[in-house]
Design a protein around this ligand. Structure first.
Ligand SMILES: Cc1cc2nc3c(=O)[nH]c(=O)nc-3n(C[C@H](O)[C@H](O)[C@H](O)COP(=O)(O)OP(=O)(O)OC[C@H]3O[C@@H](n4cnc5c(N)ncnc54)[C@H](O)[C@@H]3O)c2cc1C
Length: 406
């Protein structure tokens, strides 16, 4: 009997496993792959990730592995407007870091797994979880296929960190698609792109956008997000990525000499959410709990942070005789408090991506109000809770505008 069985060795699973193990619990971490598999990702870590990486003991290894600082975002609109948006410095944000990081997932994920194993987590690769074990309405472990055999693994707490197609999420509830967000992403690396070196760049179009992340010297992560109706399944995803990106204002010239290196991966639909975050004896972290859109790049932060919150909320019950249902409800409440305001902010950005005149208005307004841009960047960078934006009455005003442009 394990204290905690964590399904999925991505950022969310590794963070939760590490922190549970640090508390002296017996933790088993499962992944269906032999090692963390390749991910479709823009490979940007928001500034809010850095203190968490420090707390789990991974930040030094991330720097040593060649992570590059990113000091903000430059946004290019369809009409040719540009907004330089930097993360805030000091002030009432104290000495929190003022940059994010660019690092390849093929480097980051193994570092996080290594940290978990060093903290005493038992890692079982090639274990594909297919079901949960239930007893009297409680989840009491997982069942799955390992080395060709069906194996049962009992645990007092099961953590679903198995990403966007989470089996755990489907077994404790259902996975819901977003009402109107129906996007597909194409992500790949190119060399010889003209790009900024220390900020990410976003190019906006009509219901589409493309992000350039300078991941290494002369290597750029290019991520294009389009609607599903604009996506034609193709055998040449590199061509589709570069040709579609070149239609965005200002980007064609920048990618004129770009050469794809490695495969371009496609993924969609992107937005989803688990109908339940907890069941007696089980909870969801990271993408298994939900994901909206990569525009504001908080997926890795949400994975790491939800892992932390899960440990804080479940620990008292695990230290007692049993995993009590009410404590896991505390996790669900904490998750909503922490992540839903940011989801609302991101949904507003999605309205602007759908309506170019709204995007133009917003970018022009933020250009005239640097103070507002700084506060917004603090929320986007996960340096302050997004609900702190409410006093600025920014969100209601944006909503009114969104209706005007509807
Ligand atoms: C196009 C795109 C761009 C993005 N760009 C960014 C970005 O720049 N910055 C950012 O912060 N976020 C970004 N994200 C989001 C980010 O990639 C995810 O939010 C993050 O990977 C979630 O981490 P996770 O640990 O929850 O899940 P994952 O990283 O997906 O890990 C899940 C793990 O579970 C394992 N698993 C799955 N099913 C099973 C099973 N049945 N049994 C056992 N193991 C299983 C998998 O093998 C995997 O290792 C992007 C997403 C998309 C789609």
């Amino acid at each position: 009997m394990w204290d905690v069985v964590v399904v999925g060795a991505g950022p969310a699973g590794c963070a939760a496993a590490t922190l549970f193990a640090r508390e002296g619990l017996r933790v088993l971490l499962l992944d269906k792959s032999a090692a963390p598999p390749p991910k479709v990702c823009g490979e940007y870590l928001s500034p809010g990730c850095l203190p968490i990486l420090e707390r789990i003991g991974a930040l030094k290894s991330v720097w040593d592995a060649g992570a590059r600082p990113l000091y903000g975002m430059t946004i290019h609109t369809a009409a040719g407007r540009t907004l330089q948006a930097h993360y805030p410095h000091g002030g009432n944000l104290g000495d929190l870091p003022v940059h994010g990081l660019a690092i390849r997932r093929s480097v980051l994920d193994p570092i996080l797994l290594d940290v978990a194993v060093k903290h005493g987590v038992e890692f079982e690769p090639n274990f594909q979880v297919s079901d949960l074990m239930w007893e009297d309405g409680w989840v009491v472990g997982v069942r799955g296929r390992h080395r060709g055999r069906v194996t049962a693994l009992p645990g007092r707490l099961t953590v679903g960190a198995d990403g966007r197609n989470s089996v755990v999420a489907r077994r404790i509830g259902s996975v819901m698609r977003h009402r109107w967000l129906d996007k597909v992403a194409l992500v790949g690396y190119v060399t010889s792109a003209e790009r900024a070196e220390d900020v990410g760049e976003i190019f906006l179009g009509h219901d589409r956008y493309c992000i350039l992340n300078p991941i290494a010297p002369d290597l750029t992560n290019v991520g294009l997000v389009i609607t599903r109706r604009d996506f034609t399944p193709t055998t040449d995803a590199s061509r589709l990525l570069l040709d579609t990106a070149a239609t965005l204002s200002g980007l064609g010239d920048r990618l004129a000499h770009a050469r794809p290196t490695g495969p371009v991966r496609c993924l969609g639909p992107l937005a989803h959410r688990g109908s339940r975050l907890v069941a007696p004896g089980a909870l969801l972290v990271g993408d298994a709990a939900g994901f909206l859109d990569p525009f504001t790049g908080e997926g890795i932060y949400a994975g790491l942070r939800s892992g932390e919150i899960a440990v804080q909320c479940a620990l008292p019950a695990l230290r007692g005789r049993d995993v009590a249902h009410p404590d896991l409800h505390a996790y669900a409440a904490a998750w909503r408090r922490e992540f839903l305001p940011k989801w609302r902010l991101c949904t507003l950005f999605q309205h602007a991506i759908r309506r170019p005149p709204l995007a133009e208005w917003l970018v022009a307004r933020l250009g005239r109000r640097p103070h507002l841009t700084t506060i917004l960047m603090a929320a986007v960078g996960d340096l302050m809770p997004a609900h702190d934006l409410t006093p600025l009455r920014l969100l209601p005003r944006l909503l009114t505008r969104a209706r005007t442009f509807a």
